[in-house]
Design a protein around this ligand. Structure first.
Ligand SMILES: [Zn+2]
Ligand SMILES: [Zn+2]
Length: 387
């Protein structure tokens, strides 16, 4: 049960403000913590005296108290003196009073408050890694190292052996300033600069982090890179960023991926392209050729009559899409290879071919309708010599 404020100061209900001030000064000197070191009774008493004085010395608060008693200030008195009080701030214990007074007095006193530091998530870290084409295609587990700030494990981020209430703000983390003008008084609270608004300071500084509570550390972790990633992909590793502030969680690590190109296969999304040059007879007659794929070389069939510029699609031989898992294709772009040098034999074969085509054209000119299929068949005959 709280004692009556008048009783605490030992004054009557109709005491003047002078009486109250005088009583307060006398009692404050008597019970001041500096005079009564280690006496917890005195500290309690000192706190009680201050509280009573803060209310009774203020005309408006005193009127409120006279009308409503302690209930007018309930919940407002959670401050902890903890043995301090040398820098006595008359508003120190009224951190929640703004609403109450605005309610009773229609804003005669304004309270302005700057934000106190909140628990915030740490910064994200960005690193870049370069993968071989095959690593990106198949997926890989990579060990990566980077440096980040971590909570000092020797002091659990406190910066010292223990936390003690900040002597500048009596552990409240904020300092109040009152400005009186024609329009009433304005109370501004600012985060305490001595403790950065935390309300506590570290005692016995930690030698590992020199009081900062954080340490820059080299960190090595293994990350799984899914198959099919490409340059420009970004992986997020939750919680591997910089340490948070004021007890907030750490940030995230973002791994930006670069993939080296394949020596012969060209990548477009999850499809792979390969340019294949074939001779005229190979295009006309069809052939079986070896081509490079993701899994080494593979034999593929070129159908007879493939045109230069045509594409052959090998379904599912591309890269997986890391997001949906389906595989792309390998696409073979066929081109006619022009012979650079002709041997005599070559030349003779081609001349023979040309002659045949001339005959064919003249037959077409005569209204013969065997047309292209006819040419085609003859070409086949020309090349398919019995073995
Ligand atoms: Zn402080
Ligand atoms: Zn430390």
């Amino acid at each position: 049960m709280k004692r009556d404020y008048y009783e605490v100061l030992g004054v009557s209900r109709n005491a003047t403000s002078e009486d109250i001030k005088r009583a307060y000064r006398r009692l404050a000197r008597q019970y001041h913590p500096d005079v009564n070191q280690g006496d917890s009774n005195a500290a309690e008493k000192f706190k009680e005296i201050n509280e009573a004085y803060q209310v009774l010395s203020d005309e408006q608060k005193r009127a409120t108290y006279d009308r409503f008693g302690h209930s007018a200030f309930e919940g407002a008195n959670q401050g902890n003196y903890g043995g301090f009080g040398a820098d006595f701030d008359p508003f120190a214990d009224f951190s929640n009073f703004g609403d109450i007074f605005d309610f009773f007095f229609g804003g005669g006193t304004q309270y302005r408050r700057e934000r106190r530091p909140k628990a915030t998530k740490g910064q994200d870290i960005k690193i870049e890694i370069t993968l071989e084409f095959e690593e990106a295609a198949r997926g890989v587990e990579k060990e990566i190292s980077f440096s980040r700030t971590e909570i000092c494990s020797d002091c659990q981020g406190i910066g010292g052996k223990k936390k003690v209430a900040c002597p500048h703000c009596q552990g409240k983390g904020e300092v109040r300033h009152t400005q009186t003008s024609l329009f009433g008084s304005v109370v501004t609270s600012r985060p305490c600069s001595y403790c950065q608004g935390r309300g506590w300071i570290a005692e016995d500084l930690c030698s590992s982090c020199r009081g900062s509570g954080k340490l820059k550390k080299e960190r090595k972790i293994k990350i799984k890179i899914p198959a099919g990633v490409d340059s420009g992909y970004r992986l997020r590793v939750a919680g591997e960023g910089e340490a948070g502030e004021n007890g907030g969680p750490p940030g995230d690590l973002y791994v930006h991926i670069k993939v080296k190109p394949h020596p012969v296969l060209e990548r477009k999304g999850s499809d792979l392209y390969y340019d294949l040059e074939l001779s005229y007879p190979q295009l006309v007659l069809g052939d079986e050729v070896e081509i490079p794929t993701l899994r080494g070389t593979e034999k593929i069939r070129i159908p007879a009559g493939t045109e230069s510029g045509a594409s052959l699609r090998l379904r599912g031989k591309g890269l997986p899409d890391p997001r949906i898992g389906s595989r792309g294709d390998q696409i073979i772009r066929v081109k006619l290879r022009m012979p650079r040098r002709l041997t005599l034999e070559h030349r003779q074969a081609l001349e023979k071919l040309m002659e045949l085509e001339r005959v064919e054209n003249s037959l077409e000119g005569n209204g013969d309708n065997r047309k292209q299929s006819g040419v085609f068949e003859r070409l086949k005959e020309a090349f398919n010599r019995p073995e």
